[in-house]
Design a protein around this ligand. Structure first.
Ligand code: 26Q
Length: 829
């Protein structure tokens, strides 16, 4: 034992358990037999998985502690996000610790295979889709690049719902993912903080006669942290994802308690625990739910207190340099109340004056926007804010008053500007505009693809751009090549490594080297074989979950993502109907046999999205049951699309569908996963598709559809019926739909879909883009006829995907927003 001050450390406390097979096997046995109390491995691999996870976790926690210590004096980032879509962790940890062989050998003692053991792990679905998965990819890249970045989120008891399909209809089932325990987390109850709600603001004078405002009579909730290790690839760095669980304080409602209502008073504690109970399953707005606002404030208050407490431990109550050492990156507006909360903490709890607090806030907050849909911009009613967070509402009013003075200076006498830019939207029910709060309170505002960032400054946030052009920047999204290539496509990874060496895993720009092999027929033959093997695995998955037989010799045409009208799954299924109609007419000239796979969840309250799922399922059933279609077309809707499913899907796709209405998809990230794995894209000039096409040099990518500059003009004179009348393919498709051919026993169920399609106010321009989509699909078919050429295009897609690694994205955040490289302290002291 050694002692330092009054802290006592066991001698070797900081030694990490070693990574060799023998120690690993011992630890695995110890956890299996003693921690879990098992003697035999049964049919279920569950306990073996748990034991292996604990064994790996041992190797992570000591490194996590070490990394924290190494980083304690550096400028660091807190990535605040309501979502972290982690997926499974076991294989990712093994890959990043580079201990696959050792683990396989240790498992051999149990006659177990890593692949099967890994399947016992639950998919941690603490997110809806793109934004949540982006946060998880970013954490992986930050750790790989040894950057001091901590993720802060909520430890939802229930993650994203499980989707079942019953007669073509989506059924939501709760995902109680923590029921069987979560071996990757470490509770840190000693870091618990209190979060206030309700109450009111009291004003009192201090001895110097200064007025102070105090938030009193609050109902407090505990935030208890659970730390999830985030291993870096091959560098011994383990960062932290800190997830907060809400718990009741031990304070009872005294009046109830005294009236003899002991049990009732205790039961009321449930209210506090509701906060971290469930993830909201909307990937666009569902505004106004009080519990959601409570979640947002809970995350922000707990995380900011955590950073401040750590600062005080090291520096005392001196905040002069606080802003030099902290950045708070806001993942969309969901955590934007952090702007007001940091002000409150600094002023009310740490006695700074307004100006000092505002300087710190506006030097530390940075906001990432993920949407151009105006209806998705978050707003909260002033009345709700006032009741739930009265002190925060006061602070927002004060921020607004000072901000509007600045607006008045820039645009003197222009009350329209005041009204347009105010943080408070006036009206019978005034609302707080969260995006405006985030912009005013931040030093950086970024979009997630070049086109998206351009549209932000030209349209959505035009006035703010005029006021503060220096704040606005672009950071095109990326995805981690560890999970999305090395792990999910081991055969392709092996082929790459054999030819260009291993460095691509950490320096993904190296991937361009495989371009040199595009004319090497041995290499391309191996490439084609890997794709086919991956397709066979997807065939199994589709057979198991959809009961549909896919054929690996057909083209795999895939669209997986949340179901949303702007993403236009409808356009895809109209094309399927078009192909089906041609097949029935015996017109198969130039056609290529296709398997079409569609998957994704609809927000439970999004009726139109649910109807689109039903349509896909009905079309699939009709097509698959028709023997004429058998050689040409198979269609499946994959239930419960999630991170784990994507790990089998993206390595197997030939064609990736990225077909949103131009100007609607901020970036997309699935598009990048498919590209990395050698799928070709059919897509609109939207989001990051534009940059993918550019990276490919304008070739080997099937572009179609209206461009963003044309969309407004098209909408203004839109006449859907005229488009239908002038397009015989489209009118045949619509006629087939209207005939009830796909809903013989369920008359009328697709009427509202037909109504939107034919409406002159269809915001998604589905009919408009149909003809050019069909034409692009014909080019796809023609290209696929030449298999050798297709394989070369596949290679070129992977080769051009270097820039879509989240390592590149994070390097840009680090240099251009976070400035992590430029602080003397961060350079390996
Ligand atoms: C809003 C209000 C109430 C409850 C939930 C929400 C909510 C939740 C999640 C609103 C939006 C989201 C998620 C949005 C999202 O995933 N956006 C996607 O972000 C990706 C990463 O940047 C982009 O690639 C996609 O283009 C974008 O759609």
């Amino acid at each position: 034992m050694t002692t330092s001050g009054n802290v006592c450390h066991p001698v070797d406390w900081q030694d990490a358990p070693t990574l060799d097979t023998e120690t690993l096997a011992d630890d695995l046995a110890r956890h299996f037999h003693y921690t879990l109390g098992r003697d035999k491995v049964g049919e279920s691999q569950h306990y073996l998985y748990q034991a292996l996870a604990l064994t790996i976790r041992d190797r992570l926690v000591s490194r996590m502690r070490q990394t924290r210590e190494d980083n304690s004096k550096k400028r660091s980032v807190a990535y605040l996000s309501l979502e972290f879509l982690i997926g499974r962790s076991l294989n990712n940890a093994i890959l990043n610790l580079e201990m696959e062989q050792e683990v396989k050998q240790a498992l051999a003692n149990y006659c177990a295979e890593l692949e099967r053991v890994g399947e016992a792990e639950h998919d941690a679905g603490l997110g809806n889709g793109g934004l949540g998965r982006l946060a998880a990819c970013f954490l992986d890249s930050c750790a790989a690049m040894a950057l001091p970045v901590t993720g802060y989120g909520i430890r939802y008891e229930y993650g994203m719902f499980n989707q079942r399909i019953d007669n073509g209809y989506q059924i939501e089932q709760p995902d109680h993912w923590l029921r069987e325990g979560h071996p990757w987390e470490l509770p840190a109850p000693d870091k618990t903080v209190r979060v206030k709600f309700f109450g009111h603001v009291a004003v009192h004078k201090d001895e110097q006669g200064r007025l102070h405002r105090e938030w009193v009579d609050t109902h407090d909730v505990y935030a208890v942290p659970y730390d999830v290790p985030v291993p870096g690839c091959g560098n011994d760095v383990v960062n932290t994802l800190r997830l907060w669980k809400s718990e009741a304080t031990d304070e009872f409602d005294l009046s109830e308690f005294n009236a003899g209502g002991y049990a009732e008073a205790v039961a009321k504690k449930n209210l506090a625990e509701q906060i971290s109970m469930v993830l909201y399953p909307n990937d666009a707005s569902e505004n106004g739910k009080e519990l959601r606002l409570r979640q947002q404030y809970f995350l922000c208050s707990a995380s900011l207190q955590d950073r401040i407490n750590r600062w005080i431990e090291l520096n005392g109550e001196d905040f002069t340099e606080f802003a030099d050492y902290h950045v708070f990156q806001l993942n969309d507006t969901h955590p934007s109340i952090a702007v007001a909360e940091l002000m409150r903490l600094l002023i009310d709890e740490h006695k700074l004056d307004w100006q000092q607090a505002w300087d710190i806030t506006t030097k530390t907050m940075a906001y990432t926007n993920h949407t151009l849909l105006p209806e998705a911009l978050e707003k909260w009613s002033v009345a709700l804010f006032q009741r739930l967070l009265p002190r925060l509402m006061e602070i927002i009013y004060e921020i607004n008053a000072r901000f509007l003075t600045e607006v008045a200076k820039k645009w003197p006498g222009c009350s329209d500007k005041q009204r347009a830019l105010s943080l408070i939207e006036e009206g019978p029910y005034p609302q707080v505009r969260m995006a405006y709060l985030a912009i005013v309170g931040s030093f950086s505002v970024n979009g997630v693809a070049a086109l998206h960032s351009k549209l932000l400054v030209e349209r959505l946030f035009k006035d703010f751009y005029e006021l503060w052009p220096h704040k606005f920047n672009n950071k095109t999204n990326g995805v981690t090549p560890r999970r999305w290539l090395a792990h999910c496509n081991p055969q392709l990874a092996q082929l790459l490594t054999e030819n260009i060496g291993q460095t691509w895993v950490k320096d993904f720009s190296q991937i361009s080297k495989i371009k040199d092999y595009v004319n090497d027929s041995k290499f391309t033959a191996q490439w084609a074989k890997v794709k086919r093997d991956n397709k066979l695995k997807l065939c199994e998955l589709v057979q198991k979950h959809c009961g549909v037989e896919f054929d690996a010799d057909m083209m795999f045409d895939v669209q997986v993502k949340r179901i949303h009208e702007y993403k236009r799954q409808l356009l895809n299924i109209l094309h399927v109907i078009h192909l089906y109609r041609r097949i029935c007419d015996g017109d198969t000239q130039g056609m290529v046999p296709r398997c079409v796979l569609i998957g994704g969840k609809a927000a439970p309250g999004y009726d139109m999205a649910k109807q689109i799922i039903k349509l896909i399922c009905n079309v699939a059933k009709t097509v698959n049951d028709d023997p004429r279609a058998q050689p040409w077309l198979r269609v499946a809707f994959l239930p419960n699309y999630n991170v784990t499913a994507m790990e089998t899907i993206c390595p197997a796709a030939d064609l990736s569908e990225q077909i949103s209405t131009a100007g609607k998809e901020a970036s997309g990230t699935g598009n990048m996963k498919f590209m990395m794995n050698g799928a070709l894209t059919i897509g609109t000039l939207d989001g990051a598709n534009v940059e993918m096409l550019e990276a490919l040099g304008g070739e080997d990518f099937f572009v179609f559809g209206a461009q963003v500059e044309e969309v407004d003009a098209i909408r203004a004179n839109y006449n859907a019926q005229e488009i239908i009348n002038n397009d015989k393919n489209l009118s045949a498709v619509i006629a087939l739909l209207e005939s009830g051919h796909f809903n013989l026993c369920e008359p009328g169920i697709f009427n509202s879909i037909l109504y939107v399609l034919k409406s002159d106010s269809d915001p998604w321009l589905t009919c408009y883009d149909f003809a050019s989509y069909v034409q692009a699909q014909e080019q796809v078919s023609a290209a696929y006829q030449n298999k050798a050429r297709w394989t070369q295009m596949s290679v070129l897609n992977t080769a051009a995907s270097g820039t879509f690694s989240s390592d590149r994205t994070i390097a840009q955040y680090s240099q251009e927003i976070w400035q992590l490289q430029h602080t003397s302290n961060s350079e390996g002291e």
